[in-house]
Design a binder for this molecule. Structure first.
Ligand SMILES: [Zn+2]
Ligand SMILES: [Zn+2]
Length: 397
C-alpha cells in the first residue's frame, strides 16, 4: 500500500466515524414529512463545518448545497431524502428514536449521512472538479411530494444527471444494485365511494346494498392483472381499506374502498388505471349503486438511464465494490419525478439489514456508510468528466 492510499484510508476511517455519528443523531431525532426543521438545521450545520456552501434555493424544509464550480463544467446532482415515518421503533438500539411514534424505518437517516459523506469527499478535491456537484437534501419522500418541492425551487436548473440511493436490506455491504430501465414502481392510490340506498336489513329489496357491491368490486378488480395486461408485464392491485355500516340490522348507504396500484411502465400504468375505473363503475352500476373514484396520483416509475448505469458499474468496479442487477421493487419512490426532468440513476446500496423497509425493527449495517460516500463521490466526479463539453475549437483545438 502506498503512503497516499494509506493517508486516504485514514481519511476514510475518520470520515466513517463522523458519518456514523451523524446517522445516529438523525436516527434518534426523526421528523415526519414536511416537518424536517431540526433535521435541516443539523444538515446545514454539518455542511458548514465542512466548509461546504449552501446553495440559494428556497425550501421550507430540506436544503441544497454545492461543491465545485471553480473550474467550468457541467452540473450533476446527488439526492438524499431526509424524512422519517410514523412508526413506533422496536429495535432496542442504544440510539433508537427518542420521539414516540416516529422512526427512521426507511433508512433516510442513512441516505442523508451517506450524501453528507460524498459531499465531504468531493470538497477535499474541490479545486480539481471539472464542474459542480449539487446535493439535494430532499424533504417528504414518504409523502411522494418532496421531490416536486425541490424541482419547484429551481434546484434542477442546469443539472445534466441526477443520482439517488436507497439502502437495500437484502444486499450485503459492499454490493451495489445497479440496473438500467424500470427499478421501482409507479405508486398510485385510489379512494372509491360506493353510494347505494340504505334500508332495513330485513328488507334489502327496498334499498341498494353498497356492501354487496363493494364485495363484488374487491373481487372483480383482481381480474385486471390476470386478464387485462400481458403476462410479460407486471402490476399490483391491492384494496387495503373497506369501511361501511353502523349497525347489524341496517343496510348502510355508503361504502368506502381505498388501496393502491403499482406498475413499472407508463403504458401498463394507464391501461390498469383506465380498466380499474371501468370495473369499479361498471360493477357498482350493475349492483344498483354509484361509484365515484378519486385518484391519489403517485410518482411515476423510477426509470434508470442505461448510460449512467454503465458509468456506475464501471465506478463500482474501479473501487472494488461488486455491482449486481437487482430485482425491481414494487415500492414507489419520488426520485422518479427528477428523472422526468433529467437523466437519472437510482442505486440500491447493500446494507445487510434484518428487516425490510418500514418495519418497526428495521436496521442496517453502518459499514455501508463509507462505501456509499466513496461510491457517490467517485460517480459524481466521473459523471462530470463524462458530460464535459468537448473543448472549443473541436477535437484538435
Ligand atoms: Zn419508505
Ligand atoms: Zn425510503
Amino acid at each position: 500500500m502506498t503512503s497516499e492510499t494509506l493517508a486516504q484510508q485514514e481519511q476514510l476511517e475518520e470520515l466513517a466515524a463522523k458519518l456514523v455519528a451523524a446517522r445516529r443523531h438523525l436516527h434518534e431525532n426523526p421528523e415526519l414529512s414536511h416537518e424536517e426543521f431540526e433535521t435541516t438545521a443539523f444538515i446545514k450545520a454539518w455542511l458548514e463545518e465542512a466548509g461546504i456552501r449552501i446553495a440559494p434555493y428556497s425550501l421550507r424544509t430540506g436544503l441544497v448545497a454545492e461543491v465545485g464550480g471553480l473550474r467550468p463544467g457541467p452540473v450533476v446532482a446527488i439526492r438524499a431524502d431526509i424524512d422519517a415515518l410514523p412508526i413506533r421503533e422496536e429495535t432496542g438500539l442504544p440510539y433508537a428514536s427518542k420521539v414516540p411514534g416516529k422512526m427512521h424505518a426507511c433508512g433516510h437517516d442513512f441516505h442523508t449521512a451517506a450524501v453528507l459523506g460524498a459531499a465531504y469527499l468531493l470538497k477535499q478535491k474541490e479545486e480539481e472538479l471539472p464542474g459542480t456537484v449539487r446535493f439535494l437534501f430532499q424533504p417528504a419522500e414518504e409523502k411522494a411530494s418532496g421531490a416536486l418541492k425541490v424541482i419547484g425551487s429551481g434546484a434542477l436548473e442546469n443539472v445534466r444527471a441526477v443520482f439517488g440511493l436507497h439502502n437495500k436490506p437484502d444486499l450485503p455491504v459492499g454490493t451495489l444494485g445497479i440496473k438500467e430501465g424500470p427499478l421501482m414502481a409507479a405508486a398510485d392510490g385510489f379512494v372509491a365511494e360506493i353510494e347505494g340506498r340504505g334500508s332495513h336489513a330485513a328488507l334489502p329489496e327496498a334499498g341498494s346494498d353498497p356492501i354487496v357491491a363493494s364485495a363484488q368490486i374487491v373481487s372483480a378488480v383482481q381480474s385486471i392483472v390476470s386478464r387485462n395486461i400481458s403476462s410479460l408485464d407486471s402490476a399490483v392491485v391491492s384494496v387495503t381499506k373497506l369501511h361501511s355500516g353502523t349497525a347489524w340490522n341496517v343496510i348502510p348507504e355508503k361504502a368506502l374502498l381505498e388501496g393502491t396500484i403499482r406498475t413499472f411502465d407508463e403504458g401498463v400504468r394507464s391501461r390498469v388505471l383506465a380498466r380499474f375505473r371501468e370495473v369499479v363503475e361498471g360493477v357498482a352500476a350493475a349492483s344498483g349503486t354509484k361509484a365515484s373514484l378519486r385518484w391519489i396520483q403517485g410518482p411515476p416509475p423510477v426509470n434508470n438511464s442505461a448510460e449512467l448505469a454503465e458509468l456506475a458499474r464501471t465506478t463500482a468496479d474501479a473501487l472494488g465494490y461488486s455491482a449486481v442487477t437487482p430485482l425491481p421493487s414494487p415500492a414507489g419512490e419520488d426520485f422518479a419525478f427528477y428523472q422526468r426532468e433529467v437523466p437519472g440513476l437510482f442505486v440500491f446500496v447493500g446494507t445487510d439489514g434484518p428487516h425490510e423497509w418500514h418495519h418497526q425493527a428495521f436496521d442496517l449495517d453502518e459499514a455501508a456508510l463509507p462505501v456509499s460516500a466513496r461510491f457517490f463521490s467517485e460517480l459524481a466526479l466521473r459523471a462530470l468528466l463524462e458530460l464535459a463539453d468537448p473543448p472549443a475549437g473541436g477535437a484538435n483545438g
